[in-house]
Design a protein. Structure first.
Length: 285
């Protein structure tokens, strides 16, 4: 089963959604998924882990996770003490602002997370209080829906992103990961990310990891929630989406660069995972 593609309204005038103080068990947690919108998660209580892109993180009270668009991720709640969290989803256009003479961007915290491949942020007690207060303000505005509530939600969301940007500007993000996975997993996930056009079958990757294919498959599935083929295909599609957005490379060359055996296979898998064709995706951006 390929990652679930969480759907948002692509043409809404208010590209923002919030899932407030949600507690999920392993049974009702979303499977591996990705989406075009940005996602910010604040943990109130409970324990668990997050798999985001190439890394497995411990998750606990006060932790913040910054998940850029088109990033494979999944939450694994502790079965005895599941996490309670608020998730904020938004399109980049939602927080877009006019330049005011400096290089500030509300999306800076996400850009840094993606560049560093460090998606977890630990904050101080005072910063937690600020974060919780701003989330509560958004929840209140959405619940009461007074005149101008959408503008108020936008302002509070911008304050959250300003706060996180300043935290990252003054200190390095906490990049502590779980110690429950073998070192070869990080190496292999990085290799897959950096070599989308290379042979990435189970046997080849197991050989690179110096473990048996059966052991590799079992551990990979346990830690990422996906089998090797599903994960590799999804990473290739995400890379293709980046090339479609950021370059003028023709679609046939993109298919080859991303390791697809043929153009029809690329079209078929792209539509399966995104719901639209590569050409339609490029035009929509």
């Amino acid at each position: 089963m390929y990652p679930y593609r969480k759907k948002f309204d692509a043409v809404t005038a208010f590209p923002f959604e919030m899932v407030y103080k949600d507690t999920k068990s392993a049974q009702n947690e979303l499977p591996d998924h990705f989406h075009d919108w940005y996602e910010l998660v604040y943990i109130y209580s409970g324990r668990g882990t997050f798999f985001i892109d190439q890394t497995i993180y411990d998750a606990g009270p006060g932790d913040i996770f910054m998940i850029p668009g088109n990033t494979i991720h999944r939450s694994f709640p502790d079965p005895d003490n599941p996490k309670t969290s608020t998730a904020l989803f938004f399109n980049a256009s939602f927080v877009h602002s006019q330049p005011l003479g400096d290089s500030f961007s509300y999306l800076r915290c996400f850009e840094q997370a993606k560049r560093r491949k460090a998606y977890k942020l630990a904050i101080t007690t005072q910063e937690k209080q600020q974060m919780i207060s701003l989330i509560e303000n958004i929840h209140t505005e959405e619940a009461e829906k007074q005149q101008g509530y959408r503008q108020a939600v936008l302002l509070h969301m911008q304050q959250i992103l300003l706060l996180l940007g300043r935290i990252l500007n003054s200190a390095e993000a906490d990049q502590t990961t779980s110690n429950s996975h073998p070192g070869w997993m990080t190496t292999i996930l990085t290799y897959i990310d950096e070599h989308p056009d290379s042979p990435l079958g189970l046997s080849h990757l197991a050989k690179l990891a110096s473990v048996t294919p059966a052991h590799f498959s079992r551990v990979f599935k346990k830690l990422t929630g996906l089998n090797v083929t599903e994960y590799v295909t999804t990473k290739r599609i995400i890379h293709a989406k980046e090339l479609l957005m950021e370059t003028d490379v023709n679609i046939s060359d993109i298919a080859e660069r991303c390791g697809f055996e043929s153009l029809p296979h690329f079209h078929r898998m792209f539509k399966k995972l995104t719901g639209i064709t590569p050409a339609h995706y490029r035009k929509s951006e």
